[in-house]
Structures are given as C-alpha cells and as structure tokens.
Design a protein around this ligand. Structure first.
Ligand code: IVH
Length: 678
C-alpha cells in the first residue's frame, strides 16, 4: 500500500497538472471522469488524514492562477466552485446535511425552495457594473483573481452594456460563456478548411476564444452567455434569493435561461434535474449537469461555504457518458468491403447506464495517433445511440507492460495478404471471396436500410452461409421452405415467414437494391442519386464514369467505385441473376414504354399534397410517362411543391426549375395543360 502522504503528493501533482492543462492551456489532458475521481480520492485522503492535508491543496482552490496575458482583476466576491452529487441519493444527502446545519441554527421550520438550473459546460465570467454601466468583465482565474477580458466579452452581443439607472451602485453578475453547439460545429469546419487544428469540445473552444489577445479574433467566434447569479451588490434592492436574482437579471436585459424552475421539495428538484438530463441531447449547448440552489438568501448566508464550494448549492452530475476501463485486447474484423476494422475488447464497464464490452477504434492510424496500447486504462465514450468509442489512454498509470497494436499483415479470416489502397488509411482484404466479406455483404443486403428482409439477420445469414445454401445475394431468392426446415432453429412458421419476407423484398425499389449491393462509398443517398442517372439495370450496366458523375454527390471517387464494381464479370452476373429472380431493376413505374403527358419529363415531388400521398404522386408521374426522382438538379423538368415544402423548393428556386402547385400539377398530369417551359 502506498503511504497516504505519498499518494496525496502524487494526486496533488496530477491534479495541478490537469488544472493547468484545462484552465491555462485550454487543452485537457485527462477526462472529466478521471479528474473527478482524482479529486474525490484526494478529498477522501485529506478527510481521513487532516494532518497531511496541505493548505494550498488543489481541493481548496479553483482553477489556476492567471497567466499574465491580461490584466489581473480581484473579484469583489470570490468565484466559487460547486460540490457534486451523483444521482438523487447524493442530492438528498446534501440537503439533509444542509437541514442539519439549519436546524442547529434554529431555522428548522423555515420553508425551503430550490432553484434548478442547467450546468453549462463553458467558462465562468464575472461582469462588474458601476451605476448601471459595464466597467469590467473577467474570467474566474483561481477564483480570487481573474483576468480582465472586457474587450473580448464586448464582442458578445447579448451582454448588456448598461441597464436603467435606478440600480445598485456596484454589482457583479455571474454567468457562463459558451459556444452554442451548432456554431461550434461550423467553427471547427471552418478551421479544418483553413488548415488549423480543431477544438476538442465546445468548452475548450469557448475558453480559447474568450482568451484571445486580439478581440477581433474573439469577435469571429459566436460566443453566447447565460447568467446564473449575482454576487456583489452595493446599494438597495438586493434580491431576496436566487429566484429573485434571476428575475431581476432577466428584467434588466441579461440572458437567463427561460427553463430554469423553482420547486418546493428536494424530490421535485431531483425530478427537475432528471428532466434536464432527458433534454440534454436536444439543447444547443453542452450541459454536464444541473445545479440545485437553495433559493432563500438568508439560508444561503447561514449555510456559508466549505473549502471551495458553497453549502447552499450543488452540481447534480448527469450519468457520465464516459468511463475508464481496461483495454483487454484489440481484435480485427473484416467488413463487407474487405476493410479491416479494429475494435476494442474491454473489461465490461457501465457507461451512461449500459454495459459496454466493445468499442470502435476506427483505424490503425487513429490508434497510433492516440497511442492506445493493449493493457491500457482507456477512456470510453458513449453518446446517444452511437457505437461506443475509445477516446484515448490514461497514460499516467502505465506500468510498461502495455503493448502497441499492430495491424495484421494477413486477413484474419482468409489469410490473404492485406493491401492498402493509395491514399487510404484503411487496410483491405483484397479477396472478393473472403468468407467474412461475403457474410457481411449478405447481412448488409438483407438489412433494414437496404432490402429489409425480416428474419435474415446476422445469425441466420452466417448459418445459411456455413451450410452452403447462400453464397451470394442472388442465392437468397432461391431459398425454399424445405431447405430451411432441414436446418436447426427453423420451424414451419419461421421458415414460411422468412420465405415470405424474401418474396416481399422483390418489390423493394431499385434504389434499395443498389444500396444493398454494398458498392464501396454507395450508401442509400448516393444509391438514390445514381438511380436518377441510371434508372434501370440496363442503364447502370452501360453507365460511364461521366454518366455517373452527373448524379448528385457522385464524384470521381464514388463514380470510380461503381465503375470498378461493374467492371467485374462476377458482379454483372450477380446483377442479372437478381433481375431474373424478380428483384426490381428499374425505378418504380419506369416502364420506359409508357407514352403520356409527362414523357421525357423528370419530376420531383416535395411537401405534402392534398389529393394523394407523395408515393401516389410519384406513381402517377411514372404512369404518365415521366420519371419521379428525389433530388432537384438542373435536369429536373419541374418540381411539385406541396404544403411545407422545404429545401428542395429552395433548390428549385435557385436553379430556376419551374415550380408547380398541386392544382397545376394535376392539370399537367392529365394533359389539360402542357409541360412547363424552362
Ligand atoms: S453557480 C456559488 N450555476 O460551474 C456557486 N455555476 O463548478 C457558483 N456553472 O464556476 C457557481 N452553470 O463555471 C453555477 N447554473 C450555474 C452554472 C454554473 C455552469 C459553472 C460555473 C462554476 C462551475 C462550478
């Protein structure tokens, strides 16, 4: 066992380093979860060994001292931090402690209300107003002394420069500067375009932006602010509590989040926190928790603060979407395009309420760049429904036993030497008959986004492949009930259902068939664009690279992949077999022979129509000899705009494509009005 003094010294150094990276360099070196764990461990040790606790321990200070780039500002009142509660039990425990203190002060019977606010993951600022005029804006710094960033803060339009004169003489308003998520994405994209490094998250980018030496740089970044409190208040009318303070701020033009609630019980506060957590993904800002504050200013004063945090407020931390665990192994699987995909085998860990055993690692370059080694303690992240991913290793705790990962030189399934196509990071198994690739292609073909054959999932496909019943997607259409019944796990109903599902897939549109082929780079959107230039199998087989490149979103890379696919006699055969099996090989309703009022016309239907559904409208177009496509291009003859038409309408307007309302469309459809001229 490490001696507590040694561990305290070690943790102190690690937390200082992490603080410096986070607050000064705006580039965190450790994950929040790891950081919190270190602080908790240190707090625990200090509580058990008060004699060993250092007076300047990082548990007692907030952030890091200013850097000297900006003028120093001493806050009138210190900018405190918050203690954390992980879940409703810890929230209740916090309130019980507060109640005990209040009871000791003889305030047991005073009613308590709570204000529940989002905890925005940005940068705390303090705005000082003298006689209603903004005189200074500062960062938190170490909580006592911050940096004067007034000029930079003035670039944020929502910060009031002044407010009505019947106001306190001096006031410090506290709030959080952040970069809205939408703006963050766009901002990072512009940095990629300019060849600049991107920011890891909105918080770092807000912090980096606010601490620019040149305010015109800050002005380019669309920072925003939510105010969450007032600190110093010289003069009359001091708010009686947190709720009043927020009302006052809002009335005086300060941005205050309108969803902040005041509730009457700790249970209701927990429910409000849960509600923020549930809405988390819909917000245009990163929030990492909710803050519960005891409303009454008198109670706040009596409760006071301990260390760096007030006793009257607490940060309710959301279920972390990151966790740390051991990377047990890196295993390589082969995808349907032959791509070798490394994935992490993890010591099972709870992340955001789910047990995670595996995570993606993207590709070997990514693994090398992040320096992820087998045996490492790694940070795992989960966001919504996204597949969990390994963010990076915790390098501080390495033992030296960890080993770097090397991509195999041969396909793990068929042992063919792997290739790395020019300019691609990925390695590929070049063997088109590699069993792993074949099985994956079959799974893809049957999947929901392609032919949507219910009952033909990974397990069944693998089984059918193993016994040799299905080797190619065309074989699927030759399956008979008797063959299935001979296999383990099939009963009469399941066999009948599968054959019926396969039969139903014969009516899947041509674009789904194209998607299902699993041509490299051709997903559903691209497949759909290709059907516009190759509305039938004949057209596709004859298509040149130039023809394909006329499709929206298809360039030389995607077009080249399609041409390559079609160059293979085996693939051409496969397509013909599918056609013979009765699978759709032309755009719905595109019979080529129909002669009608819309012959030669390409039509896009968008928005909702009154007389028919969009699909019915498309069929009507085809029946009248026209072709209905999904996307508007210069080739579109006209666009039918129903109610709530959106981006397609805008695009048609831009391209000068004639736009028909439903009534006129019906007249053109029946031939009582000629096709619109361009
Ligand atoms: S109150 C006296 N309210 O979280 C209480 N802080 O860990 C001090 N934060 O320094 C803070 N949203 O940067 C408070 N609604 C909110 C907040 C909030 C974000 C940040 C702020 C603070 C840190 C505390």
């Amino acid at each position: 066992m490490t001696h507590p003094a040694a561990r305290i010294a070690e943790l102190t150094a690690q937390i200082r380093e992490a603080n410096d990276a986070y607050h000064v360099r705006d580039s965190p070196t450790v994950d929040d979860a790891v950081y919190d764990a270190m602080v908790r461990e240190l707090e625990g040790l200090e509580a058990r060994h008060p004699d060993l606790a250092q007076h300047n321990s990082p548990t007692r200070s907030v952030g890091a001292a200013p850097q000297g780039r900006f003028t120093e500002v001493t806050h009138r009142e210190p900018m405190l931090s918050l203690a954390n509660a992980r879940g409703p039990e810890e929230l209740e425990a916090w309130f019980r402690r507060a109640q005990n203190i209040l009871a000791a002060e003889g305030l047991a019977d005073r009613p308590v209300q709570f204000v529940v606010e989002p905890k925005i993951d940005g940068l705390a600022v303090s705005l000082t107003y003298e006689f209603g005029k903004l005189v200074r804006g500062a960062t938190r710094g170490d909580g006592v002394v911050g940096e004067d960033v007034t000029q930079n803060l003035l670039t944020i339009g929502s910060i009031p420069r002044q407010f009505p004169a019947s106001s306190p003489d001096v006031i410090e308003v506290r709030g959080e500067v952040y970069l809205p998520l939408g703006a963050f994405g766009a901002f990072n994209e512009s940095r990629v375009a300019a060849g600049l490094p991107t920011f890891a998250n909105p918080r770092n980018s807000a912090a980096g932006s606010l601490r620019q030496v040149d305010p015109t740089e800050t002005a380019k970044r669309p920072l925003a602010l939510w105010c969450y409190g007032v600190a110093a208040w010289d003069g009359d009318g001091r708010p009686k509590g947190q709720w009043d303070a927020l009302q006052w701020l809002s009335a005086n033009g300060f941005p205050v989040n309108p969803d902040i609630e005041r509730v009457g019980s700790i249970d209701a506060a927990a429910a409000a926190c849960a509600s923020w957590e549930a809405r988390r993904a819909e917000l245009d800002m990163d929030i990492d928790g909710a803050v519960v504050k005891i409303d009454d200013a008198e109670l706040q004063r009596r409760l006071g603060s301990v260390g760096r945090a007030p006793r009257w407020a607490i940060a309710y931390k959301f279920t972390p979407t990151t966790a740390t665990t051991r990377l047990l192994d890196v295993v390589v699987s082969v995808g349907r395009t032959g791509a070798l995909i490394p994935f992490a085998v993890l010591d099972p860990v709870q992340v955001g309420g789910v047990t995670v055993r595996q995570a993606t690692l993207h590709n070997q370059d990514d693994i090398a760049r992040k320096d992820i080694r087998v045996g490492d303690l790694v940070i795992v992240q989960r966001a919504g429904d996204v597949i969990p991913q390994v963010v990076g290793p915790v390098t501080d705790v390495r033992t030296g036993e960890e080993r770097p990962f090397e991509m195999p030189e041969r396909c793990p399934t068929c042992d063919t030497p792997v290739s790395s196509p020019d300019g691609e990071v990925r390695r590929y198994c070049p063997n088109r008959s590699c069993p792993a690739q074949l099985v994956q292609s079959l799974i893809h073909f049957a999947s929901r986004g392609a032919m949507d054959i219910e009952g033909l999932g990974e397990k069944t496909v693998s089984r059918l492949f193993e016994v040799g019943l299905v080797r190619s997607v065309a074989d699927i259409y030759a399956l008979r009930e008797e063959q299935l019944l001979a296999l383990d796990g099939f009963k009469e109903t399941s066999a009948r259902n599968l054959v019926a599902a396969i039969d139903a897939s014969r009516r899947m549109p041509w674009t789904r068939v194209l998607t299902g082929l699993g041509i490299r780079h051709v997903g559903d959107i691209t497949a759909n664009a290709i059907t516009a230039v190759a509305p039938s199998l004949d057209g596709l087989l004859k298509a040149t690279l130039d023809d394909l490149a006329a499709a929206e979103g298809v360039g030389p890379v995607v077009g080249g992949a399609v041409v390559d696919f079609l160059a293979s006699p085996a693939n051409r055969d496969l397509l013909n077999q599918l056609a013979q099996a009765g699978v759709q090989t032309r755009v719905e309703g595109q019979r080529g022979t129909v002669d009608g009022p819309l012959t030669g016309a390409t039509v896009v239907v968008t928005g909702s129509l009154g007389a028919m559904s969009r699909d019915e409208a498309k069929r009507a177009v085809a029946d009248a000899g026209g072709r209905a496509t999904e996307s508007v291009s210069a080739q579109t003859t006209f666009l039918v705009a129903g109610e709530k038409a959106g981006s397609k309408l805008a695009k048609a307007e831009k391209l000068g494509v004639p736009i028909l309302d439903e009534a006129r469309f019906l007249r053109v459809l029946t031939g009582s009005e000629p096709l619109p001229a361009r």
